[in-house]
Design a protein around this ligand. Structure first.
Ligand code: ZN
Ligand code: ZN
Length: 130
């Protein structure tokens, strides 16, 4: 288990999380319904190029909505198509993109480069060098 922290100010961004598997595959979406979260609470996965960590939407209590409303666009939730829409609750740097709209996935994608991997404790996977 680890808590992922902001690389800029050290504030914890996530709950205690551990590497896991997606809790579901692709789901057919009904009109204006938000799909169930891709990840179970407390788990995350690494995206294909190790630039993002995919988390349950409730596992980033240390983040805050982006102050720019254009980043928070969406129909029933956050579309997440206009750049990062979550910032660090401590220092305000962009840390993640939340998708929770009726036509998107339901997840938070934490930016690895915005995460203090070394200060977050040992992660159960290797990250590529910058
Ligand atoms: Zn909608
Ligand atoms: Zn911060």
């Amino acid at each position: 288990m680890t808590i992922l922290r902001c690389v800029n100010c050290g504030q914890p961004l996530t709950s205690e999380v551990a590497l896991g598997e997606p809790s579901r595959g692709a789901e057919l979406m009904a009109a204006h319904e938000i799909v169930s979260p891709r990840m179970d609470a407390g788990t995350f996965e690494v995206d294909f190029d190790a630039s993002l960590l995919i988390l349950h939407p409730d596992d980033v209590p240390g983040s805050a909505p982006h102050p720019d409303s254009r980043r928070r666009s969406g129909c029933c939730g956050f579309a997440g198509q206009d750049g990062p829409n979550l910032v660090c609750g401590g220092c305000g740097v962009e840390v993640a993109t939340k998708e929770s709209d009726c036509w998107t996935d339901n997840l938070v994608a934490l930016i690895v480069a915005a995460t203090d991997v070394a200060g977050s404790g040992p992660l159960p996977f290797p990250l590529p060098d910058e």
